[in-house]
Write a protein that binds this ligand. Structure first.
Ligand code: F6P
Length: 362
């Protein structure tokens, strides 16, 4: 039997996943003559044994396409998996033993797991349980994986947010309004702060710096005092007021993380309650995860895909492809799951924002 590798995309989707699938398939087939098996819907496909053959023709035209041709699921936690019983009830089971058995049946030379912190921590658990031939590719619009400077999907999300901010500028100015834009990023402010810098926002609230509402209001008063009667406020979904909590829509359960949302409206309500300024809120939501990847993400996806195949070829399992100071490197999977990569409140990015007068609320 010929040598075979597998690939799956887990967790929330993002632009650039198809670029990774394409690069893995082309490099594995053309350089090594390996077969490539796509596992559908993250670890769900491993449990359900849903596979697809990947070759040069199935990955044709894939590079600019958003989403993932393999499908993905952020409920496919093999260690707390929602199993539908014959009577229709759903019970949470640990299905990892069956996943491991299915993996053994596939007899893969290596499994490439494309994912964020959740998918990487499941992979880490599988490695600890003997499925050692795993390598990772970091993706998430949140850019919050400690192992790498950039994850696939982040730059595209920033491009989308910056375009939205630019549009909000013109309407905000016409109507002399405060425009609040809530962006994703979970507990990290990378999307918010990078987009605020690139989009020329006036206030930016990120999870890493708890905000003082009075400081935020003061920023508007200062602008109005200078005769500028509109403002753009970028709010990360994980932003918190000093001493307050996250704005949560749905609490976590054993199968999934808590769902954040409402941080932007919370700020807008506070501004409306305490000032005469007119405020409107835009929640960009999943628009940030949709559509075609930007050039940076297409390139990163391709480099990561090729690197992941190289790691399999070298037998360097238990590692993820990563970018460090502009160079492609391999980092242990633990590094991707140990802790979230957050913005340093005393770091260069924050100092830059403060340096040009962006109010960060704290
Ligand atoms: O992790 C990526 C992300 O888009 C976060 O920024 C956001 O909080 C979450 O996923 C949304 O998840 P879902 O697609 O389940 O609503």
């Amino acid at each position: 039997m010929s040598t075979r590798i597998g690939i799956l995309t887990g967790g929330g989707d993002c632009p650039g996943l198809n670029g990774v699938i394409r690069a893995v398939t082309l490099h594995a087939r053309q350089t090594y003559g390996w077969e490539v098996v796509g596992i559908r819907n993250g670890f769900e496909g491993l449990y359900e044994e849903e596979y697809v053959d990947l070759n040069a023709s199935t990955v044709q035209h894939l590079l600019p396409r958003g989403g993932t041709m393999l499908g993905s699921s952020n409920r496919a936690n093999p260690f707390a998996y929602p199993v539908k019983l014959p009577d229709g009830r759903v019970e949470i089971h640990d299905v990892s033993t069956r996943c491991l058995a299915n993996l053994a049946k596939l007899d893969l030379h290596g499994l490439i797991v494309v994912g964020g912190d959740g998918t990487m921590s499941f992979s880490q658990k599988f490695i600890q349980r003997g499925a050692t031939r795993i390598v990772g590719v970091p993706k998430t619009i949140d850019n919050d994986l400690e192992a790498t400077d950039y994850t696939v999907g982040f730059q595209t999300a920033v491009e989308i947010v910056v375009q939205a901010i630019e549009r909000l500028h013109t309407t905000a100015e016409s109507h002399e309004r405060i425009m609040v834009v809530e962006v994703m990023g979970r507990y990290a402010g990378w999307i918010a702060l990078t987009s605020a810098l690139a989009g020329g926002a006036h206030v930016c609230l990120i999870p890493e710096i708890e905000y003082d509402p009075d400081r935020v209001l003061e920023a508007f008063h200062r602008r109005h005092g200078r005769g500028v009667s509109y403002s753009i406020v970028v709010v990360a979904e994980g932003a918190k007021q000093k001493g307050g909590g996250h704005s949560v829509i749905t609490a976590a359960d054993p199968t999934k993380q808590e769902k954040l949302g409402g941080a932007g409206q919370r700020i807008a309500d506070m501004i409306s309650a305490k000032t005469e300024y007119e405020v409107r809120t835009t929640v960009l939501g999943h628009i940030q995860r949709g559509g075609s990847p930007c050039a940076f993400d297409r390139e990163l996806a391709t480099r990561f895909g090729v690197k992941a195949v190289e790691l399999v070829a070298e037998g360097k399992f238990g590692h993820v492809a990563a970018i460090e100071h502009g160079k492609l490197v391999a980092k242990p999977i633990e590094k991707a799951v140990k802790k979230l990569k957050l913005i340093d409140p005393a770091g260069e990015l924050v100092r830059t924002a403060k340096g040009i007068g962006i109010e960060l609320g704290g």
